[in-house]
Design a protein around this ligand. Structure first.
Ligand SMILES: [Zn+2]
Ligand SMILES: [Zn+2]
Length: 361
């Protein structure tokens, strides 16, 4: 009864119809679906043909002198009108929440942890416990199912197991769209047996059918999770590093000698009288003075000291503050320093020269 049950469900254009529609689609399997059908207040004005084989039209229900009759609308009116009772014209629909719950139990799925996605042709019924992969039931024409699926993926991209009642006649476009989204269609007619009274029972191994796909998407999912976790760690470390005070980079002795030689060279080249580079370097790096203290010592403005430090930074390719740690050990600096101090004393004696240097940069 498995095959007629699922094929019959697939044959229903929608999950609502007259009892006659359900019976004509499901045949003997109707009784297995009956527990999931509920009466709606909708009254139909057409009735399926009861001829065998059917004429091809949906008979229109008309009032006649002898009561309600279902009249054939075919051009040559091949069927005789047949009587219908008003009670036969009430529509029945599939109770989706009960049906979805029974499927979930039959397939051993977990309930959704959020509001399930529900559209006309697509219902999210649960998830695979191992991988938290969503499982949806598709009822309807493939085009409308695909339309609903696109909406689902726009909200929650990623793999989905799409349950369809029975294999599709022309699955190419359907399957390729699913494959593009790492998703898979599974025909329930191949795995789930409807039992009298409502429950479903697994009729085969789900693992055989979807095991490889499940393993593949779980692996991708755990890789993605690992990737995201690593990204989070990297960001955390970056934030941590940004908060750390800037420490001077270690400078080796050879580098330091080269840099000092550069400073001396620069001083000779520019030969300024006020706050020469070598002197600023000496006070700032070797004696750890602040820029303001250097300015006081050199008898110039702090702005000029800042300018000198910027010159040092540009030419040495390092922040002068970074050189403070090792500057003290170099005797070679002393020589330059004494030269400068001697010049400074001479300059104090010739105070009329003082102001000219302020704006030389
Ligand atoms: Zn007919
Ligand atoms: Zn007809």
């Amino acid at each position: 009864m498995r095959e007629p049950f699922w094929r019959g469900l697939a044959a229903m254009d929608s999950a609502v119809g007259l009892e006659a529609d359900w019976r004509s689609c499901l045949g003997q399997a109707f009784d297995l679906l009956a527990p999931f059908l509920v009466r709606t207040c909708q009254m139909e004005s057409a009735h399926p043909c009861i001829a065998k084989p059917p004429c091809g039209c949906r008979h229109a229900v008309r009032e006649t002198r002898t009561g309600l009759k279902a009249v054939c609308l075919c051009e040559d009116a091949v069927c005789e009108p047949f009587p219908v009772a008003a009670s036969q014209l009430g529509a029945w629909e599939l109770d989706r929440s009960r049906f979805d719950a029974a499927l979930r139990a039959g397939l051993l799925l977990e309930a959704c942890r959020h509001t399930p996605f529900a559209r006309r042709s697509l219902h999210e019924i649960g998830a695979f416990p191992q991988a938290a992969l969503p499982v949806c039931l598709a009822l309807g024409q493939p085009d409308s199912v695909l339309c609903d699926l696109e909406e689902f993926w726009s909200l929650r991209p990623g793999p989905v197991l799409v349950l369809i009642p029975a294999p599709l006649d022309a699955p190419a476009r359907f399957d390729s769209t699913l494959a593009r989204n790492a998703s898979l269609a599974l025909a329930l007619s191949t795995v789930l047996e409807p039992l009298p009274g409502g429950p479903f029972q697994l009729a085969g191994s789900l693992d055989d059918l979807i095991g490889p796909w499940l393993a593949q998407v779980s692996q991708t999912a755990s890789r993605d999770t690992l990737f995201r976790a690593t990204q989070r760690q990297i960001s955390a470390v970056r934030r941590e590093v940004a908060r750390l005070p800037k420490l001077p980079e270690p400078v080796n002795e050879e580098d330091a000698r080269r840099l000092f030689a550069l400073v001396k060279q620069m001083d000779t080249d520019t030969a300024v009288r006020k706050a020469p580079l070598l002197q600023v370097f000496r006070l700032y790096c070797q004696e750890n003075r602040s820029a303001a203290e250097v300015a006081r010592d050199c008898g110039c403005s702090k702005a000029l000291v800042v300018t000198r430090l910027a010159q040092l930074r540009r030419k040495l390719g390092r922040d002068p503050a970074q050189l403070r740690v090792i500057a003290g050990q170099f005797e070679t600096m002393e020589e330059g320093f004494s030269d400068w101090r001697a010049r400074k004393i001479q300059r104090r004696q010739a105070a009329n020269l003082e102001d000219r240097d302020e704006n030389e940069d």
